[in-house]
Design a binder for this molecule. Sequence first.
Ligand code: DON
Length: 313
Amino acid sequence: MPALEQLVVDIATAMAERTARGRVADYIPELAKVSPAHFGLVVATADGHEVVAGDADTRFSIQSISKLFALVEALSRDADAVWRRVGREPSGSAFNSIVQLEAERGRPRNPFINAGALAVTDLIAQDDDPRAGAGAILRLVRRLAGDDSIAIDSAVAYSEAATGHRNAALAHFMKAEATIDGPVEQTLSTYFHQCAIAMSCRQLARAGRFLVHGGRDPASGEAVISAERARRINALMLTCGHYDASGEFAFRVGLPGKSGVGGGILAIAPGRASIAVWSPGLSAQGNSLLGTEALEMLAHGMGWNVFNPDPAP
Ligand code: DON
């Protein structure tokens, strides 16, 4: 069996045996229903192969991984407007932190913390139909994954809308500071719906392929974004994609990655592979515990690390 196939089997076997699996997110009641026993891994390689293990085709809530796709959509519409609103610095704070936002006068540190994502989504949500913004993000992920069956789980969206008071606080504060233009309720509704997009590891790995190939979707040959923008998004994923555990993720895995509290992580080995992993139990910082460990094993085993002077072929 070739090295990658064997490694993926070994990782899934090791993860199945783990008893300490982290804590499933329960601040969004609908997410608390998911079993921590799940584990899925899909590696979509640059040469067009998919190596899969475990629950590769089970759909889960992508949550904050949607912030990546919202950013791509907003940058494509008006990049200057995005960078007028949000910075590009790691926050060193929890994903839903409020304190830094006030200290910095309503300008979020980066587009991947909740405040930054709300500010980005507000640029997309400017439409009469409150579902249009999330619809645009959904269309983008469907196109990137080549799969029109991808959908929003409305039970998850409603569950978060009913309990999303911290996000409401962030959004109202940014409205007061003029970081957000639109009606706050519309921005929040769009954000809750984009977070509730449900995808499998296979669909997510396919949707990430454009970041492996300098912004070009290898399935259609289409340039989704420029090569420069793809490099910059990968840089943001590496420095900000795991909140106050971004340094730890770079240290252990050494690849750009974006996590979500549904337990998914999308990681990119530029020129090599798009990797999606899912295990619902989280670390204290809200990132998949076993997902991170699996990526560490995979990156190490394959020699995939953006800091390698001589990456494995
Ligand atoms: O805004 C929230 O709290 C969730 N919809 C998403 C948070 C999230 O996924 C953080 N990631 N690890």
